[in-house]
Design a protein around this ligand. Structure first.
Ligand SMILES: *[C@@H]1O[C@H](CO)[C@@H](O)[C@H](O)[C@H]1NC(C)=O
Length: 185
């Protein structure tokens, strides 16, 4: 189940807060970019229309998540959706992540802490990259309970309190081998 597997991700949350500051990441990204003519690196992004439905204990319906993702610098504008039917877009042995319509953008929802983790491939070629930019944040949500006679059953339907959430990426990582990872590894 998504929820169980996502719990493991919670362990990385304390690490994220101690990651290097944005300027040092920008320097790293700029050095990557300088190796690659015309490569525009992801630094900031925008989330809009975020809504997430989560089941109560005992309701086995998967989480349902929707939002719009925009990165003006890399000209990515894509919608992101999860309802339990999407394949894991990440490497085996890691917490599952899911691709947006543009597979250069992936996400994880950490149920335990209500946090959204965003991932954008850095300068992908043919949909593959060696490096990805990451961020993790808790959206400000307003929630209402849903009952057993609603489409997904008993749970909580939450909407972002912010019309748009503007974020900076907080780290870059090598991409592990997997569907979105480096080819041939
Ligand atoms: C993103 O980075 C810019 C420039 O360093 C800063 O002014 C802004 O407050 C940051 N935004 C967030 C959400 O951290």
């Amino acid at each position: 189940m998504l929820i169980t597997r996502l719990y493991a991700l919670v362990a990385i949350a304390p690490l994220v807060s101690s990651l290097p500051s944005v300027p040092s990441i920008m320097n790293k990204l700029k050095s990557i970019a300088s190796r690659d003519d015309g490569c525009v690196y992801p630094l900031t992004y925008k989330i809009t229309s975020l809504q997430v439905w989560t089941p109560t204990n005992g309701n086995s319906h998967p989480i349902v998540l929707d939002f719009q993702y925009d990165d003006d610098a890399t000209h990515i504008s894509t919608s992101c959706h999860y309802d339990g039917t999407q394949p894991n877009a990440g490497p085996e042995g890691f917490d599952p992540r899911y691709a947006c319509e543009d597979p250069a953008v992936q996400f994880m929802w950490i149920q335990k802490t209500s946090m959204l983790s965003m991932i954008e491939l850095v300068c992908p070629k043919n949909g593959k990259s060696d490096i990805e930019a990451l961020d993790l944040f808790p959206p400000r949500l307003s929630c209402v309970d849903t009952t057993s006679n609603t489409p997904f059953g008993e749970g909580s339907q939450c909407f972002s309190l912010d019309f748009a959430v503007l974020r900076n990426f907080t780290t870059i990582d090598p991409v592990e081998p997997g569907p979105g990872g480096p080819p041939g590894k």
